[in-house]
Ligand binder design. Structure first.
Ligand code: F0G
Length: 356
């Protein structure tokens, strides 16, 4: 049988010098990262933006379909290095899918706590298929995270939520890739905010890359929460967060400070978008751009639309929007739009009738 060399390179190998790894760190990888930066074509036209470029950083193309893989490859590698035998997380779905995948790859036990009934089907089935023990909590994400924090305190089980600093370290590589692709940082970076780890990670990445001489400037960070789950915008914890973007249905973000620091240091903002705005943005990028991301990811797009309509963006700027997860994660939402069903006899004539 011919042997083909397989190029195995994930974010740890690619960005080793910027990450807390040594030669003794085992690399548990699924070749995550290196996701495309897709130029938006329909959106700037729709918004009447001239001489402004918008890019989608499409994280839905990671191995488990979300940006979580960047942080998880490092968190799991470091857990193995430390001799851990089991990991645990609370999750609105994507973290659990990613933790389960990387844990099974190296034989670690994986326990995931999810809010009952509020997790997209694609994410739930991933956690099961990757062999995690899935525990549904009769409560929301914030409550589940409190339980996980307590249960991992003695160090027997490793916590792999983004309060694990290795998660943030891995996720900052998203910013590195953008600078590598564009040759510099964009003027604006828009991103959905849930537990607030990712906005914290991107800001860290941009700052570190600038310090290393890889970019000349820093972007203004634009974070967007769902209106029913917008604690940072409101300046207070939300006890009963609600939004159809279940991934960001979070009322007490763990990295709250990191998010406000990213906002303030960069001169950006954190705003909210309604479920209607999220839905419109979700459909627009799928139906007009051919880019299928999950509802939470569309919060970043909805935010850019909202700001553009207020003439927020100046000419000659570049905006990057992180699309955090794949649209395939949430099939129930994707099929909730009463799309017409054409059921016909199996003949050319019958098919012709419906396409005319
Ligand atoms: N987009 C998606 C698709 C997510 O899954 C998440 C978070 C976010 C955005 C927000 O990122 O929490 O770093 O601010 N999902 C976590 C989870 C909470 O459990 O999968 P964040």
């Amino acid at each position: 049988m011919p042997h083909y060399a397989v190029k195995k390179i994930g974010i740890i190998e690619r960005y080793q010098e910027y990450l807390p790894v040594t030669d003794r760190t085992p690399i548990i990888s699924l070749n995550e990262g290196n996701t495309p930066l897709i130029l938006a074509e329909a959106l700037p036209v729709e918004l009447g933006l001239k001489n402004i470029r918008i890019y989608y950083k499409f994280e839905g193309l990671n191995p488990t379909g979300s940006f979580k893989d960047r942080g998880m490859t490092l968190a799991i590698s470091k857990a193995v290095e430390a001799g851990s035998k089991a990991v645990m997380c609370a999750s609105t779905g994507n973290t659990s899918a990613s933790a389960a995948a990387y844990a099974c790859r190296c034989g670690l036990k994986c326990f995931v706590l999810i809010p009952e009934g509020k997790i997209a089907k694609g994410k739930l089935l991933q956690a099961y298929r990757y062999g995690a023990k899935v525990i549904m909590v009769e409560g929301n994400f914030d409550e589940a995270l409190e339980i996980v924090k307590e249960m991992t305190q003695d160090g027997k089980i490793t916590l792999v939520n983004s309060i694990n600093p290795f998660r943030i370290e891995g996720q900052k590589t998203g910013a590195f890739e953008i600078v590598d692709d564009l040759g510099d940082a964009p003027e604006y970076h828009a991103i959905p905010v849930g537990n607030a780890g990712n906005i914290t990670a991107y800001w860290k990445g941009y700052k570190e890359y600038k310090k290393a001489g890889k970019s000349e400037k820093l972007p203004k960070m634009l974070g967007f929460q769902a209106a029913g789950s917008a604690p940072i915008v409101l300046g207070k914890r939300v006890e009963k967060p609600e939004t159809l973007a279940t991934a960001i249905r979070i009322g007490n973000p763990a990295s709250w400070q990191g998010a406000t620091a990213a906002r303030d240091e960069s001169g950006g903002l954190i705003d909210s978008v309604t479920d209607e705005e999220i839905t419109r943005a979700y459909r627009f990028i799928a139906e007009r751009e051919g880019v299928f991301a999950e509802p939470a990811s569309a919060a970043g797009v909805a935010g850019v639309i909202k700001l553009a309509q207020k003439n927020f963006f100046k000419e000659g700027t570049r905006i990057v929007i992180t699309l955090t997860g794949s649209g395939l994660k949430d099939p129930d939402f994707a099929l909730s739009f009463e799309d017409p069903i054409f059921k016909v006899k199996s003949t050319v004539k019958a098919v012709k009738e419906v396409i005319e």
